[in-house]
Design a protein around this ligand. Structure first.
Ligand SMILES: [Zn+2]
Length: 588
């Protein structure tokens, strides 16, 4: 049984009165904000009242924008060629870009106020938005003039945003020529990539070869898109006074360089362990030169762990309940209210994601569920994102915007709950399967993510001078994979096109969307270890931590859980949990 999500809770259609009314409110609000800023940010009198007005209006406005924007985007994600949705999505983005100018004026005005801290202290509303306000003021140093910000923002719509739309379309409509059981077929990319989990070795290999071959059809346009996007990022970071795109990402991640460096050092130290795992998996599957890329996700063991969607639901809800009833009932509710779009189909985006719909206190989850244990784990992951949204649902919209690295904490925490709970009730064969699946996905988040970080670092370095050809991009990807996986992978069978199929490289506002996953995994592993020690008393702190993620930097969020993310030992101890699993796997 498959499930399609319901978007009726947002709007019943683009033609509905509610949608039209909200569009009118949205467009009027933009004019209001423009005028209000010009009228109010020229002088420094009555700052408290003005800031309060700004916050109240923007909280309401953000909720409406979130609703409109998500309705268009969610519609598009399951029907990428939907012209009406695409038109509205573009219209909303383009209208929003008109706010660059007033937002710049407001931020600079805020930063120019004398005694901003004192002003904030004089109002309960402002105190509750302290981080948001100080963050705006602090980051105003990276803003160009309001006229320049205005133009940049408009030009992004025909620049990086247009490039990512193109990339979306070419990958979601790509049909792969593949012959299975002597029958030639044309299948969507996401379906063929999912075959990496197939039980049959020949299917995995055939799928890999067909997938790589299919990229010939889109490689040139993907290269143009990635060059266009990264080129724009470099130009803008330069103009705005960021040291580098990485520094820009760290600022918007509310993460300091010290944390990243310490975490990466710990990861580098752990690579030999992962190499051992890959080589062992290769050996079991009958390879002597390390693992071919197409065997990375090969299911191990003889247990047939296949799940229908309904079985996945029961499994997830039951095991979430071992952690907390709140989490279990959130997940059960997501299934019973059709918040999930489950199966792969043509014209639908690949992969999985969760959108939190703050204004209606709900979430929607897209997955490409085919029934493997890994798919169950992915669903648990996305439900974790949704649970994070639930914890934030009583916060104001402006206090609900959390940075990338913390975004992967609740999701990965839920994956850990699922596999640990599953391990408890499993037979020896099942333990082997679950353990291997776990290590395999952790290896993705540590080792493959490292290869993506290395790739993006090199891409930015070379893109400074000129655009990169398809061949250069392939070369850099191969070099990065060799460096991260070492002798764990067979160097004759790597994946030179990973930059084509991962959408993360195609969002100009989220560069280096790779290390946040490693942060999320290792941070949540550390938290899970705490949970095992402190049991039920952990739950309250954990929810409070998630609730606070929209209004703190990462060092502070971690401190609230008594974690020092500047200490390499914290990262080492999280990585140790994975290397212990690897040792156990090898001994089995
Ligand atoms: Zn995630």
């Amino acid at each position: 049984m498959n499930m399609k999500w319901s978007l009726n809770e947002l709007y019943t259609s683009f033609d509905s009165d509610e949608f039209k009314e909200d569009m009118v409110f949205f467009e009027n609000s933009i004019e209001h904000i423009k005028k209000w800023t010009l009228d109010n940010c020229a002088t420094s009198n009555s700052p408290k009242e003005k800031i309060e007005e700004h916050i109240n209006f923007h909280n309401k406005f953000s909720d409406v924008v979130n609703k409109l924007h998500n309705y268009a985007e969610l519609t598009l994600s399951v029907d990428t060629k939907n012209e009406v949705a695409s038109k509205f999505s573009e219209k909303i983005s383009s209208k929003l870009s008109e706010l660059a100018k007033p937002n710049t004026i407001f931020s600079k005005w805020l930063a120019s106020l004398e005694g901003l801290e004192l002003i904030i202290d004089g109002s309960a509303l402002l105190i509750s938005h302290h981080y948001y306000l100080m963050d705006l003021a602090r980051n105003s140093k990276y803003l160009l003039s309001s006229a320049e910000e205005d133009l940049i923002s408009k030009m992004k719509n025909s620049g990086s945003n247009a490039w990512s739309r193109l990339q979306n379309i070419v990958t979601s409509t790509l049909l792969v020529d593949i012959t299975i059981n002597d029958e030639p077929k044309k299948l969507p990319l996401s379906l063929v990539r999912n075959m990496a989990y197939d039980k049959d070795k020949q299917v995995r290999k055939t799928a890999y070869e067909a997938e790589l071959k299919s990229y010939d059809k889109i490689a040139e346009s993907s290269a143009a898109a990635i060059n266009g996007i990264k080129g724009e990022v470099i130009t803008l970071c330069d103009a705005k006074g960021y040291e580098s795109p990485l520094q820009n990402t760290l600022e918007s991640s509310r993460m300091d360089k010290e944390t990243l460096d310490v975490m990466l050092s710990a990861i580098m130290e752990s690579l030999p362990s992962f190499e051992k795992y890959f080589r062992k998996k290769a050996e079991i599957l009958g390879y002597s030169q390390g693992l071919p890329f197409y065997e990375l996700f090969a299911p191990m063991g003889n247990v047939n762990m296949h799940f229908t969607l309904d079985e996945a639901r029961k499994f997830i809800v039951k095991n979430f309940a071992t952690f907390s009833d709140k989490l279990a009932s959130y997940a059960d509710n997501a299934f019973s209210h059709n918040w999930i779009d489950s199966e792969p189909r043509e014209g639908k985006l690949g992969g999985a994601f969760c959108s939190n719909l703050h204004s209606i206190k709900e979430s929607r989850i897209l997955s490409n569920f085919t029934g493997s244990f890994n798919d169950v784990s992915t669903l648990a992951h996305e439900l974790g994102h949704g649970y994070h949204g639930l914890c934030l649902s009583n916060e104001s919209a402006l206090n609900s915007d959390y940075p990338m690295p913390i975004a992967e904490t609740a999701s990965i925490f839920c994956e850990t709950i699922i596999s640990n709970a599953a391990l408890k009730s499993a037979s020896k064969e099942e333990i082997f399967v679950i353990l291997e699946n776990d290590i395999s996905s952790n290896a993705q988040v540590i080792v493959d993510i490292l290869s993506r970080y290395l790739f993006e670092t090199e891409l930015f370095k070379r893109r400074e001078d000129n655009s990169l050809s398809v061949n250069e991009l392939k070369e850099i990807m191969i070099a990065s994979q060799k460096k991260a996986y070492g002798s764990g992978l067979d160097h004759n069978f790597l994946h030179p096109y990973m930059w084509t199929c991962k959408p993360h490289y195609y969002d100009a506002s989220s560069n280096f969307y790779n290390f946040p996953y490693a942060f999320g995994l290792l941070f949540s592993k550390g938290l899970y270890a705490q949970y095992l020690k402190s049991g039920e008393s952990f739950l309250k702190d954990y929810d409070a931590m998630l609730t606070s993620t929209g209004k703190n930097d990462l060092v502070q969020v971690a401190k609230n859980m008594n974690v020092d993310i500047h200490s390499i030992d914290f990262w080492r101890s999280s990585l140790n949990l994975i290397t212990q699993d690897i040792e156990k796997f090898i001994s089995m």
